[in-house]
Design a protein around this ligand. Structure first.
Ligand SMILES: NC(=O)c1ccc[n+]([C@@H]2O[C@H](COP(=O)([O-])OP(=O)(O)OC[C@H]3O[C@@H](n4cnc5c(N)ncnc54)[C@H](OP(=O)(O)O)[C@@H]3O)[C@@H](O)[C@H]2O)c1
Length: 256
């Protein structure tokens, strides 16, 4: 498929690399322009472009930019074909993103993203740590394969996103409509806890909207006691400690 990836960081760049390796025609953009992306694009077999060019002719646009930058993509996305599938990877953390009042007031993050972009989205690849995403991909059927949640309202768009999640090395799990996508937001048992598909389904069902913000903030507070950003396995340990309910997690496999 023709895929435009907006955002070439740890998540967008890795998605672009893996979809390109699978034979898709990937166009990759960042905010600074294609000349800053040529080496990466060449290495992974993608085309570097301006964001508008990446969206214009795409069948699928994947948005992977910092949450507060999402509104800056509205004009770019408006150039994409009407039937384009938009898949978004973003998460909101006020400590780094600044306060976004609607989300602070309880708006589901992906509903806010849809409003900003002016298009329906599928939410995918958000409930992984970048380090896990980059280093723990495995082929379908591999024992203990890590699963990622996919939410969306359009069955065909969601099916495409789930196929892509699989292509990037993770079991896709249908997490329901966008209205329920809070179940894969920061602070929930599904968020960045490296679960298998069966474990992830239980975790999504066990999510508690009334405690997730407090849990997220407790995790962030402990994370910020570290000097600098903790390594991936420490982030995983903290996520499991603060987000998992007894009985929902892989406590027997904490070493994974
Ligand atoms: N890091 C994680 O552990 C993780 C895990 C899952 C999901 N996420 C979410 O996924 C998203 C990306 O995360 P990341 O860690 O990959 O971020 P990142 O490494 O900081 O990369 C962000 C990318 O977005 C680009 N960008 C910013 N504004 C843009 C615009 N208007 N048009 C096109 N590109 C733009 C940046 O380009 P420039 O450098 O040129 O500005 C950069 O390539 C975030 O929403 C994050 O919350 C992150």
């Amino acid at each position: 498929m023709r895929i435009g990836v907006l955002g070439a960081g740890r998540i967008g760049g890795t998605i672009a690399r893996r979809l390109s390796a699978d034979g898709h025609a990937v166009t990759l953009a960042n905010s600074r322009g294609p000349e800053t992306l040529r080496d990466l694009a060449e290495e992974i077999g993608a085309t570097a472009a301006h964001a508008a060019e990446a969206a214009e002719d795409a069948q699928v646009v994947i948005t992977s930019v910092p949450f507060p930058r999402v509104p800056s993509l509205r004009e770019v996305i408006s150039r994409a074909p009407q039937d384009v599938i938009v898949i978004d990877t973003s998460n909101y953390f006020s400590f780094k993103d600044g306060l976004i009042q609607a989300v602070e007031d309880g708006r589901v993050e992906s509903e806010w993203v849809q409003e900003q972009l002016g298009r329906p989205i599928v939410k995918a690849w958000n409930n992984t740590l970048a380090g896990s995403f980059m280093t723990k991909a495995s082929p379908p059927g591999a024992p203990g394969r890590i699963a990622l949640a996919v939410s969306g309202d359009d069955p065909q768009a969601k099916a495409t996103a789930m196929r892509f999640v699989d292509t990037t090395g993770f079991d896709p799990v249908d997490a329901g409509p966008i209205a329920d996508s809070w179940r894969q937001q920061p602070g929930t048992p599904a968020y960045c806890t490296d679960l298998t598909a069966d474990e992830l389904r239980k975790a999504l069902a066990a999510a508690d909207r009334s405690t997730m913000t407090e849990r997220r903030d407790r995790m962030v507070a402990e994370m910020r006691q570290h000097e600098g950003m903790p390594a991936n396995e420490e982030l995983l340990r903290l996520s499991r400690k603060h987000y998992l309910e007894p009985g929902t997690g892989p406590s027997r496999r904490l070493g994974r």
